[in-house]
Write a protein that binds this ligand. Structure first.
Ligand SMILES: C[S@@+](CC[C@H](N)C(=O)[O-])C[C@H]1O[C@@H](n2cnc3c(N)ncnc32)[C@H](O)[C@@H]1O
Length: 230
């Protein structure tokens, strides 16, 4: 399996984005020392960068498998909250004619609070580092477009597939993107995201398919693939 080689700054972000990559010791330090020290220092300097790179690569490969039946060549994909883009890099390497628009934040909260974020204030990404990782993996810049959620206008588009793992409706309200997604999809588009309120989406979409059940997280979530806005 191909490993995504992360530098320390990237591994830091991967860990913040995927807290399951933290060792039991790191998790203990977070409890004892608090969120500020953890987010700023522990998660950056007390990590084994090589191990995080390997574990992150395996995790992303498995995540690609969980959505593989929705992937094909020549897709126009929107990634909402893709983090450092490990998943998207694997997709773009496998499907060499597909293109991806990323909408992400460009800041790291000082004290990251995981869970539902009513005001959607939390951010844990750097668009520069995301771009560097895409570059390091030889993904041509003609194949992607990176939009800063906080400062740029969302592009007019017609996406075949929208992917938002552990971001949209897992940490913040789906409604933030509702109008944009309605305008940017068609009847064949599929929208994939993780949520703890799967039933609610039967009111929003005609077609809601559960593609993964996650019993291991604190918030027992379901990954759903949705089609046809009502
Ligand atoms: C838990 S991480 C998941 C990252 C990645 N999808 C993954 O599966 O590894 C959530 C991501 O959502 C981003 N985020 C938060 N609010 C956002 C918004 N309104 N639009 C786009 N991304 C957002 C954060 O910066 C963070 O990178």
């Amino acid at each position: 399996m191909e490993i995504l080689n992360l530098n320390r700054n990237m591994a830091h972000l991967a860990l913040l984005q995927r807290i399951e990559l933290a060792s039991p010791l790191l998790k203990k330090l977070r409890k004892v020392l608090g969120r500020y020290l953890f987010s700023k220092f522990i998660s950056k300097y007390f990590i084994n960068v090589k191990k995080i790179s390997e574990d992150y690569s395996i995790l992303m490969k498995n995540e690609v498998s969980s959505i593989s039946k929705f992937l094909k060549q020549n897709q126009n994909i929107l990634s909402i909250g893709g983090g450092i883009a490990g998943l998207e890099i694997i997709i773009m390497k496998k499907f060499s004619t597909s293109k991806i628009t990323f909408i992400e934040k460009n800041y790291i909260s000082k004290k990251i609070k995981y869970g539902w974020d009513d005001k959607n204030l939390e951010g844990y990404n750097s668009l520069n580092l995301m771009q560097n990782l895409l570059f390091d993996n030889n993904i041509s810049s003609s194949r992607y477009n990176i939009i800063n959620y906080n400062s740029e206008i969302f592009p007019k588009n017609n996406f075949d597939l929208i992917i938002s793992l552990y971001s949209l409706d897992y940490h913040y309200d789906f409604n933030i993107y509702l109008d944009y997604l309605k305008k940017s999809t068609n009847n064949n588009s599929v929208i994939i995201f993780d949520t703890i309120r799967y039933e609610y989406f039967k009111k929003i979409f005609t077609d809601v398919e559960i593609i993964k059940v996650n019993e291991n997280t604190i918030h027992k979530s379901k990954r759903i693939a949705c089609k046809f806005f009502r």
